[in-house]
Write a protein that binds this ligand. Sequence first.
Ligand code: ZN
Length: 180
Amino acid sequence: MSAAFTQVATPYGPRFVRAVGWRFNNLTPRGVIYGLPLHDAYTPPAECVKPSMMRCDSHTVPGADCDCGHRLVVNLRDLTQYESGCRYDSYLWGAARSKALAERGDGDHRIVLRVAAELDTPLHGRALVDPPSTLRAGRLVTLHGYVRRRDARLASLVRGQYPFPVTVLDGDDFAGVPAT
Ligand SMILES: [Zn+2]
């Protein structure tokens, strides 16, 4: 696991974290990020996705042998490779939701979030279908957002509704997301 016990700047001040990485989230045409409460950089605590009989104890989400948890990849290349693969076969990274939104005519609006798992956050490795450097976390704090040039209009809407900085990338893909 990279970046163990690093200190990072969050919208709420410096925090010690166990991991730093990236993830995709879907955006509405109004600049609302799916999975993040408005005006908040923290995800809600992750919940187990299994049927209730098999569910993880709420204190141990994400479970070791489970699919639950908020995803991040610690290797940026895993994120861009996933993007270029156009993976719509998985419920991960909001892919299924992107497809549903695109089919509904809402467009494919996405944001790359740089995120961190704080020291007290439960953390596990990837589940079977995840890209290689995936970690599953109980809760994530968002440090920065990146949108493609075609979604530049949405950047100011996102900035007005969330406490972290948002950068508009030069291109219409996510290749320009910085590695640090
Ligand atoms: Zn679980």
